[in-house]
Design a protein around this ligand. Structure first.
Ligand SMILES: Cc1ncc(COP(=O)(O)O)c(C=O)c1O
Length: 439
Protein backbone atom coordinates (compact mmCIF):
# COMPACT_ATOMS: atom_id res chain seq x y z
CA UNK A 1 0.00 0.00 0.00
CA UNK A 2 1.29 3.48 -0.83
CA UNK A 3 0.64 6.85 0.75
CA UNK A 4 -0.80 7.41 4.21
CA UNK A 5 -2.58 4.38 5.54
CA UNK A 6 -3.18 2.66 8.84
CA UNK A 7 -1.94 -0.71 10.02
CA UNK A 8 -3.99 -1.37 13.15
CA UNK A 9 -3.57 1.65 15.39
CA UNK A 10 -0.51 3.02 13.58
CA UNK A 11 -0.48 5.51 10.72
CA UNK A 12 2.17 4.73 8.09
CA UNK A 13 3.61 6.45 5.05
CA UNK A 14 4.57 4.00 2.31
CA UNK A 15 4.90 1.32 5.00
CA UNK A 16 7.04 3.39 7.39
CA UNK A 17 5.43 4.15 10.80
CA UNK A 18 5.04 7.90 11.06
CA UNK A 19 5.61 8.02 14.82
CA UNK A 20 9.09 6.65 14.16
CA UNK A 21 9.80 9.50 11.72
CA UNK A 22 8.31 12.12 14.08
CA UNK A 23 10.37 10.85 17.03
CA UNK A 24 13.58 10.89 14.98
CA UNK A 25 13.12 14.22 13.18
CA UNK A 26 10.95 16.21 15.59
CA UNK A 27 7.84 18.23 14.83
CA UNK A 28 6.41 20.21 13.11
CA UNK A 29 7.48 18.15 10.13
CA UNK A 30 6.25 17.71 6.57
CA UNK A 31 6.39 14.13 5.31
CA UNK A 32 5.92 13.22 1.64
CA UNK A 33 5.32 9.89 -0.05
CA UNK A 34 7.48 9.48 -3.16
CA UNK A 35 5.33 6.58 -4.35
CA UNK A 36 2.18 8.70 -4.20
CA UNK A 37 3.80 11.53 -6.15
CA UNK A 38 4.87 9.06 -8.85
CA UNK A 39 1.47 7.34 -9.00
CA UNK A 40 -0.45 10.61 -9.28
CA UNK A 41 1.89 12.07 -11.92
CA UNK A 42 1.68 8.87 -13.95
CA UNK A 43 -2.12 8.78 -13.68
CA UNK A 44 -2.38 12.19 -15.35
CA UNK A 45 0.17 11.26 -18.00
CA UNK A 46 -1.70 8.03 -18.78
CA UNK A 47 -5.09 9.78 -18.87
CA UNK A 48 -3.85 12.15 -21.60
CA UNK A 49 -1.89 9.54 -23.51
CA UNK A 50 -4.36 9.70 -26.41
CA UNK A 51 -3.23 13.20 -27.34
CA UNK A 52 0.12 14.99 -27.72
CA UNK A 53 0.58 16.61 -24.33
CA UNK A 54 3.14 17.83 -21.84
CA UNK A 55 2.74 18.11 -18.11
CA UNK A 56 4.28 21.17 -16.48
CA UNK A 57 4.10 20.53 -12.73
CA UNK A 58 3.04 23.78 -10.99
CA UNK A 59 5.94 24.51 -8.66
CA UNK A 60 3.85 26.94 -6.67
CA UNK A 61 2.09 24.01 -5.03
CA UNK A 62 5.35 22.66 -3.59
CA UNK A 63 8.80 23.53 -4.87
CA UNK A 64 11.08 21.75 -2.40
CA UNK A 65 14.05 20.78 -4.59
CA UNK A 66 13.83 17.02 -3.98
CA UNK A 67 10.18 17.03 -5.03
CA UNK A 68 10.89 19.06 -8.15
CA UNK A 69 13.75 16.66 -8.98
CA UNK A 70 11.53 13.65 -8.43
CA UNK A 71 8.92 15.02 -10.82
CA UNK A 72 11.57 15.84 -13.41
CA UNK A 73 12.85 12.28 -13.18
CA UNK A 74 9.29 11.08 -13.79
CA UNK A 75 9.21 13.05 -17.05
CA UNK A 76 7.47 16.22 -15.91
CA UNK A 77 8.20 19.74 -17.08
CA UNK A 78 7.76 22.81 -14.87
CA UNK A 79 5.38 25.73 -14.49
CA UNK A 80 7.15 28.59 -12.69
CA UNK A 81 5.39 31.59 -11.23
CA UNK A 82 8.34 33.84 -10.39
CA UNK A 83 12.03 34.27 -11.11
CA UNK A 84 12.65 32.33 -7.91
CA UNK A 85 10.65 29.38 -9.17
CA UNK A 86 12.45 29.52 -12.52
CA UNK A 87 15.77 29.30 -10.66
CA UNK A 88 14.50 26.46 -8.47
CA UNK A 89 13.39 24.63 -11.62
CA UNK A 90 16.85 25.09 -13.14
CA UNK A 91 18.53 23.88 -9.92
CA UNK A 92 16.27 20.85 -10.03
CA UNK A 93 17.60 20.11 -13.49
CA UNK A 94 14.83 21.36 -15.77
CA UNK A 95 16.08 22.87 -19.02
CA UNK A 96 14.70 26.30 -20.00
CA UNK A 97 12.64 24.75 -22.81
CA UNK A 98 10.86 22.66 -20.15
CA UNK A 99 9.64 25.72 -18.25
CA UNK A 100 6.54 27.84 -18.80
CA UNK A 101 6.51 31.14 -16.95
CA UNK A 102 3.15 32.28 -15.58
CA UNK A 103 2.17 34.98 -13.11
CA UNK A 104 0.07 38.08 -13.00
CA UNK A 105 2.74 40.64 -12.08
CA UNK A 106 6.01 39.70 -13.70
CA UNK A 107 8.56 42.48 -13.25
CA UNK A 108 10.77 43.62 -16.12
CA UNK A 109 13.73 41.96 -14.36
CA UNK A 110 11.81 38.67 -14.22
CA UNK A 111 10.81 38.95 -17.88
CA UNK A 112 14.39 39.67 -18.82
CA UNK A 113 15.54 36.60 -16.90
CA UNK A 114 13.01 34.33 -18.65
CA UNK A 115 13.74 35.85 -22.07
CA UNK A 116 17.50 35.46 -21.65
CA UNK A 117 17.10 31.83 -20.63
CA UNK A 118 14.69 31.11 -23.50
CA UNK A 119 11.84 29.39 -21.63
CA UNK A 120 9.28 27.34 -23.54
CA UNK A 121 6.73 30.12 -23.26
CA UNK A 122 5.90 33.17 -21.22
CA UNK A 123 2.19 33.08 -20.43
CA UNK A 124 1.40 36.76 -20.85
CA UNK A 125 -1.31 38.40 -18.79
CA UNK A 126 -1.99 41.73 -20.51
CA UNK A 127 -1.31 43.83 -23.62
CA UNK A 128 1.13 45.81 -21.45
CA UNK A 129 3.09 42.68 -20.64
CA UNK A 130 3.23 41.71 -24.32
CA UNK A 131 4.66 45.16 -25.08
CA UNK A 132 7.27 44.71 -22.33
CA UNK A 133 8.27 41.26 -23.63
CA UNK A 134 8.50 42.69 -27.13
CA UNK A 135 10.65 45.64 -26.04
CA UNK A 136 13.09 43.49 -24.06
CA UNK A 137 13.31 40.88 -26.82
CA UNK A 138 13.88 43.34 -29.65
CA UNK A 139 16.62 45.06 -27.66
CA UNK A 140 18.28 41.69 -27.30
CA UNK A 141 17.63 40.72 -30.90
CA UNK A 142 15.52 37.70 -29.96
CA UNK A 143 11.96 36.57 -30.52
CA UNK A 144 10.23 35.23 -27.41
CA UNK A 145 7.54 32.59 -27.46
CA UNK A 146 4.42 33.67 -25.66
CA UNK A 147 1.07 32.13 -24.80
CA UNK A 148 -1.83 34.47 -24.23
CA UNK A 149 -3.46 33.92 -20.85
CA UNK A 150 -7.16 34.09 -21.58
CA UNK A 151 -9.74 35.02 -18.98
CA UNK A 152 -12.68 32.95 -20.27
CA UNK A 153 -15.18 34.30 -17.72
CA UNK A 154 -15.96 30.79 -16.50
CA UNK A 155 -17.01 30.22 -12.90
CA UNK A 156 -14.79 27.45 -11.48
CA UNK A 157 -17.27 26.90 -8.60
CA UNK A 158 -14.50 26.77 -6.05
CA UNK A 159 -13.53 28.99 -3.10
CA UNK A 160 -13.59 32.66 -4.23
CA UNK A 161 -9.96 33.13 -3.12
CA UNK A 162 -8.78 30.46 -5.56
CA UNK A 163 -11.09 31.31 -8.44
CA UNK A 164 -9.20 32.96 -11.30
CA UNK A 165 -11.29 32.61 -14.45
CA UNK A 166 -14.03 35.18 -13.91
CA UNK A 167 -13.86 38.59 -15.50
CA UNK A 168 -14.00 40.04 -11.96
CA UNK A 169 -10.65 38.33 -11.26
CA UNK A 170 -7.34 40.03 -12.02
CA UNK A 171 -6.03 37.23 -14.24
CA UNK A 172 -5.56 37.14 -18.01
CA UNK A 173 -6.95 39.02 -20.98
CA UNK A 174 -10.76 39.05 -21.38
CA UNK A 175 -11.62 36.44 -23.97
CA UNK A 176 -13.46 38.89 -26.21
CA UNK A 177 -10.32 41.04 -26.50
CA UNK A 178 -7.93 38.21 -27.36
CA UNK A 179 -8.41 38.13 -31.17
CA UNK A 180 -7.56 41.83 -31.40
CA UNK A 181 -4.61 41.45 -29.06
CA UNK A 182 -3.29 38.55 -31.18
CA UNK A 183 -3.76 40.43 -34.44
CA UNK A 184 -1.69 43.26 -33.00
CA UNK A 185 1.02 41.10 -31.37
CA UNK A 186 1.35 38.96 -34.50
CA UNK A 187 3.32 41.70 -36.20
CA UNK A 188 5.69 42.43 -33.34
CA UNK A 189 9.33 41.52 -34.02
CA UNK A 190 10.07 40.41 -30.47
CA UNK A 191 7.24 37.96 -29.81
CA UNK A 192 5.87 34.80 -31.36
CA UNK A 193 2.43 33.68 -30.21
CA UNK A 194 2.65 29.94 -29.73
CA UNK A 195 -0.17 29.22 -27.33
CA UNK A 196 -3.39 30.11 -25.61
CA UNK A 197 -3.61 29.55 -21.87
CA UNK A 198 -6.41 29.45 -19.33
CA UNK A 199 -6.29 28.60 -15.65
CA UNK A 200 -9.68 29.17 -14.04
CA UNK A 201 -8.96 28.28 -10.43
CA UNK A 202 -7.82 25.63 -8.02
CA UNK A 203 -9.45 22.77 -6.07
CA UNK A 204 -12.03 22.29 -8.84
CA UNK A 205 -14.13 19.17 -8.28
CA UNK A 206 -16.90 19.93 -10.79
CA UNK A 207 -15.61 19.10 -14.28
CA UNK A 208 -18.16 21.23 -16.16
CA UNK A 209 -16.27 24.53 -15.74
CA UNK A 210 -13.02 22.86 -16.86
CA UNK A 211 -14.80 21.48 -19.95
CA UNK A 212 -16.31 24.93 -20.62
CA UNK A 213 -12.90 26.59 -20.40
CA UNK A 214 -11.45 23.96 -22.78
CA UNK A 215 -14.28 24.58 -25.23
CA UNK A 216 -13.66 28.33 -25.09
CA UNK A 217 -9.93 27.84 -25.77
CA UNK A 218 -10.57 25.56 -28.76
CA UNK A 219 -13.05 28.01 -30.31
CA UNK A 220 -10.63 30.87 -29.74
CA UNK A 221 -7.74 28.93 -31.30
CA UNK A 222 -9.92 28.39 -34.37
CA UNK A 223 -10.79 32.07 -34.55
CA UNK A 224 -7.25 33.39 -34.19
CA UNK A 225 -5.97 30.60 -36.44
CA UNK A 226 -8.21 31.75 -39.26
CA UNK A 227 -6.78 35.24 -38.78
CA UNK A 228 -3.31 33.80 -39.49
CA UNK A 229 -1.96 33.31 -35.95
CA UNK A 230 -0.18 29.95 -35.79
CA UNK A 231 -0.94 28.48 -32.38
CA UNK A 232 1.09 25.38 -31.39
CA UNK A 233 -0.36 24.53 -28.01
CA UNK A 234 -3.34 24.99 -25.71
CA UNK A 235 -2.40 25.33 -22.06
CA UNK A 236 -5.35 24.33 -19.87
CA UNK A 237 -3.64 25.27 -16.60
CA UNK A 238 -4.06 23.28 -13.42
CA UNK A 239 -6.96 23.28 -11.01
CA UNK A 240 -8.06 19.66 -10.70
CA UNK A 241 -9.04 19.13 -7.07
CA UNK A 242 -8.52 16.41 -4.51
CA UNK A 243 -10.67 14.95 -1.75
CA UNK A 244 -9.86 16.52 1.59
CA UNK A 245 -12.66 14.81 3.49
CA UNK A 246 -12.46 11.32 2.00
CA UNK A 247 -15.56 11.73 -0.22
CA UNK A 248 -15.05 10.76 -3.87
CA UNK A 249 -14.02 13.46 -6.35
CA UNK A 250 -13.15 13.15 -10.05
CA UNK A 251 -9.65 11.85 -10.73
CA UNK A 252 -7.29 12.26 -13.68
CA UNK A 253 -9.17 9.76 -15.87
CA UNK A 254 -12.54 11.49 -15.40
CA UNK A 255 -10.89 14.87 -16.02
CA UNK A 256 -9.36 13.64 -19.27
CA UNK A 257 -12.67 12.06 -20.33
CA UNK A 258 -14.37 15.44 -19.84
CA UNK A 259 -11.85 17.63 -21.65
CA UNK A 260 -9.95 15.46 -24.14
CA UNK A 261 -12.76 15.00 -26.70
CA UNK A 262 -13.04 18.80 -26.80
CA UNK A 263 -9.31 19.55 -26.87
CA UNK A 264 -8.47 16.88 -29.43
CA UNK A 265 -10.57 18.71 -32.04
CA UNK A 266 -7.98 21.50 -32.05
CA UNK A 267 -5.24 19.15 -33.26
CA UNK A 268 -2.84 21.06 -30.99
CA UNK A 269 -0.46 19.90 -28.25
CA UNK A 270 -2.06 20.13 -24.82
CA UNK A 271 -0.10 21.64 -21.94
CA UNK A 272 -1.24 20.84 -18.40
CA UNK A 273 -0.11 22.61 -15.22
CA UNK A 274 -1.28 20.41 -12.36
CA UNK A 275 -0.05 21.17 -8.86
CA UNK A 276 -2.43 20.24 -6.08
CA UNK A 277 -3.75 17.09 -7.73
CA UNK A 278 -0.28 15.57 -7.77
CA UNK A 279 1.15 16.72 -4.47
CA UNK A 280 -1.66 17.43 -1.95
CA UNK A 281 -2.44 13.82 -0.94
CA UNK A 282 1.26 12.95 -1.04
CA UNK A 283 2.04 15.08 2.03
CA UNK A 284 1.15 15.27 5.71
CA UNK A 285 2.12 17.72 8.41
CA UNK A 286 3.17 15.96 11.62
CA UNK A 287 2.63 17.82 14.85
CA UNK A 288 2.66 17.17 18.58
CA UNK A 289 0.19 18.06 21.32
CA UNK A 290 1.75 20.68 23.59
CA UNK A 291 -1.28 21.36 25.77
CA UNK A 292 -4.85 20.23 26.35
CA UNK A 293 -7.15 22.89 27.77
CA UNK A 294 -10.68 22.38 28.90
CA UNK A 295 -12.55 25.65 29.06
CA UNK A 296 -15.83 25.83 30.97
CA UNK A 297 -15.37 22.60 32.90
CA UNK A 298 -12.61 24.15 34.96
CA UNK A 299 -10.36 21.16 35.16
CA UNK A 300 -7.54 22.28 32.89
CA UNK A 301 -8.44 25.91 32.21
CA UNK A 302 -5.61 27.73 33.96
CA UNK A 303 -2.56 26.38 35.60
CA UNK A 304 1.14 26.02 35.97
CA UNK A 305 3.44 23.31 34.68
CA UNK A 306 2.23 20.91 37.35
CA UNK A 307 -1.36 21.35 36.18
CA UNK A 308 -0.28 20.63 32.61
CA UNK A 309 1.40 17.43 33.76
CA UNK A 310 -1.67 16.37 35.62
CA UNK A 311 -3.76 17.14 32.54
CA UNK A 312 -1.56 14.71 30.62
CA UNK A 313 -1.90 12.13 33.33
CA UNK A 314 -5.68 12.25 33.44
CA UNK A 315 -5.89 12.77 29.68
CA UNK A 316 -7.50 9.39 29.14
CA UNK A 317 -10.34 9.99 31.53
CA UNK A 318 -13.88 11.14 30.72
CA UNK A 319 -14.40 14.72 29.64
CA UNK A 320 -15.03 17.03 32.61
CA UNK A 321 -18.68 17.71 33.39
CA UNK A 322 -19.94 20.99 31.96
CA UNK A 323 -16.88 21.61 29.73
CA UNK A 324 -17.69 23.96 26.88
CA UNK A 325 -14.60 23.46 24.81
CA UNK A 326 -11.61 21.24 24.67
CA UNK A 327 -8.67 22.96 23.02
CA UNK A 328 -5.90 20.72 21.80
CA UNK A 329 -2.89 22.99 21.31
CA UNK A 330 -0.42 21.71 18.72
CA UNK A 331 3.15 22.73 17.96
CA UNK A 332 2.05 23.52 14.38
CA UNK A 333 -0.33 26.27 13.35
CA UNK A 334 -0.84 28.93 10.71
CA UNK A 335 2.93 29.43 10.32
CA UNK A 336 3.25 25.86 9.02
CA UNK A 337 -0.15 25.48 7.35
CA UNK A 338 -2.20 28.57 6.59
CA UNK A 339 -4.85 26.93 4.40
CA UNK A 340 -7.46 26.42 7.14
CA UNK A 341 -7.19 30.08 8.16
CA UNK A 342 -6.90 31.54 4.65
CA UNK A 343 -9.51 29.47 2.82
CA UNK A 344 -11.42 27.75 5.65
CA UNK A 345 -9.86 24.63 4.18
CA UNK A 346 -10.72 21.31 5.83
CA UNK A 347 -7.92 18.82 6.56
CA UNK A 348 -8.36 15.51 8.34
CA UNK A 349 -6.44 15.44 11.62
CA UNK A 350 -5.54 12.02 12.99
CA UNK A 351 -3.38 10.60 15.79
CA UNK A 352 -0.28 8.79 14.54
CA UNK A 353 -1.06 6.02 17.00
CA UNK A 354 -4.76 5.68 17.81
CA UNK A 355 -5.45 5.18 21.51
CA UNK A 356 -8.62 3.55 22.76
CA UNK A 357 -9.48 6.63 24.81
CA UNK A 358 -13.10 7.78 24.47
CA UNK A 359 -13.86 10.08 21.55
CA UNK A 360 -14.25 13.72 22.50
CA UNK A 361 -15.05 16.83 20.48
CA UNK A 362 -11.98 19.07 20.21
CA UNK A 363 -10.85 22.32 18.66
CA UNK A 364 -7.39 21.61 17.31
CA UNK A 365 -5.45 24.87 17.49
CA UNK A 366 -1.94 26.15 16.84
CA UNK A 367 0.39 28.04 19.17
CA UNK A 368 0.19 31.44 17.41
CA UNK A 369 -1.13 34.65 18.94
CA UNK A 370 -4.16 34.73 16.61
CA UNK A 371 -7.66 33.45 17.27
CA UNK A 372 -7.85 32.32 13.66
CA UNK A 373 -4.98 29.93 14.36
CA UNK A 374 -7.25 26.88 14.33
CA UNK A 375 -6.39 23.78 12.31
CA UNK A 376 -9.74 22.05 12.84
CA UNK A 377 -12.91 22.79 14.80
CA UNK A 378 -15.19 20.29 16.50
CA UNK A 379 -13.10 17.24 15.64
CA UNK A 380 -13.98 13.92 17.28
CA UNK A 381 -10.67 12.49 18.48
CA UNK A 382 -9.67 9.84 21.01
CA UNK A 383 -9.14 12.12 23.97
CA UNK A 384 -5.75 13.75 23.10
CA UNK A 385 -2.90 13.82 25.56
CA UNK A 386 0.14 16.09 25.82
CA UNK A 387 3.05 14.65 23.88
CA UNK A 388 1.01 12.63 21.36
CA UNK A 389 1.78 12.95 17.67
CA UNK A 390 -0.86 13.87 15.09
CA UNK A 391 -0.95 14.13 11.30
CA UNK A 392 -2.74 16.87 9.37
CA UNK A 393 -3.41 15.02 6.15
CA UNK A 394 -3.38 16.04 2.46
CA UNK A 395 -1.10 19.00 3.13
CA UNK A 396 1.46 18.38 0.40
CA UNK A 397 0.17 21.30 -1.71
CA UNK A 398 0.18 24.93 -0.59
CA UNK A 399 1.48 23.84 2.82
CA UNK A 400 5.22 24.22 3.24
CA UNK A 401 5.43 26.76 0.40
CA UNK A 402 3.16 29.12 2.33
CA UNK A 403 4.94 28.67 5.68
CA UNK A 404 6.12 31.83 7.42
CA UNK A 405 8.30 33.05 10.27
CA UNK A 406 5.49 34.90 12.05
CA UNK A 407 6.15 35.03 15.81
CA UNK A 408 9.79 34.27 14.85
CA UNK A 409 8.89 30.66 14.40
CA UNK A 410 11.33 28.55 12.42
CA UNK A 411 10.35 26.88 9.17
CA UNK A 412 9.64 23.16 9.63
CA UNK A 413 11.80 20.34 8.33
CA UNK A 414 10.62 18.16 5.43
CA UNK A 415 11.29 14.49 4.73
CA UNK A 416 10.65 12.27 1.74
CA UNK A 417 9.72 8.64 2.28
CA UNK A 418 11.16 6.47 -0.47
CA UNK A 419 11.89 2.76 -0.79
CA UNK A 420 10.94 1.91 2.80
CA UNK A 421 13.02 4.64 4.44
CA UNK A 422 13.12 8.42 4.67
CA UNK A 423 15.57 11.25 4.14
CA UNK A 424 15.53 14.90 5.13
CA UNK A 425 14.92 17.00 2.03
CA UNK A 426 14.87 20.29 3.87
CA UNK A 427 16.42 20.71 7.28
CA UNK A 428 14.63 22.62 10.01
CA UNK A 429 15.45 26.31 9.91
CA UNK A 430 17.61 27.60 12.77
CA UNK A 431 17.51 30.97 14.48
CA UNK A 432 20.91 31.67 12.91
CA UNK A 433 19.41 31.03 9.44
CA UNK A 434 16.62 33.44 10.27
CA UNK A 435 18.82 36.18 11.69
CA UNK A 436 21.48 35.87 8.99
CA UNK A 437 19.63 38.55 7.03
CA UNK A 438 19.76 41.07 9.84
CA UNK A 439 23.02 42.94 10.55
C1 LIG B 1 -1.38 29.62 -13.79
C2 LIG B 1 -1.49 28.50 -12.84
N1 LIG B 1 -1.24 27.26 -13.27
C3 LIG B 1 -1.33 26.18 -12.46
C4 LIG B 1 -1.70 26.33 -11.13
C5 LIG B 1 -1.78 25.11 -10.28
O1 LIG B 1 -3.06 24.93 -9.82
P1 LIG B 1 -3.46 23.61 -9.02
O2 LIG B 1 -2.50 23.48 -7.90
O3 LIG B 1 -4.84 23.87 -8.57
O4 LIG B 1 -3.39 22.47 -9.98
C6 LIG B 1 -1.98 27.60 -10.64
C7 LIG B 1 -2.40 27.77 -9.24
O5 LIG B 1 -2.99 28.69 -8.82
C8 LIG B 1 -1.87 28.73 -11.51
O6 LIG B 1 -2.11 29.96 -11.08
Amino acid sequence: MIGFHRDGATLLCDGVPLDRIASAEGTPLYVYSAATIAARYQAIDAAFAGCPHSIHYALKANSTLAIARLLRALGSNADANSSGEIDVAMRAGFAPHQIVFTGVGKTSAELEHAITLGVRSINVESPGEIARVNAISTTRGTRTKIAIRVNPDVDARTHPHISTGLKANKFGIPIADVPDVCRHAQFMDGVQIVGLHAHIGSQITDLTPLANAARALVALAREVGSAGVRIEHLDVGGGLGVSYDGKPVPGAAEYAAAVLPILRESGLTIVLEPGRHIIAPAGALLTRVVDVKEVGGGRFGVGDAADVRSAAEVGGSERAQGAERLFVVMDAGMTELIRPMLYHAFHRIEPLVKSDAPLVSCDVVGPLCESSDTLGKDRMLPRPQVGEFYAVLDTGAYGSVMASNYNRRLLPAEVLVENGTWRVIRRRQTLDDLLALEP
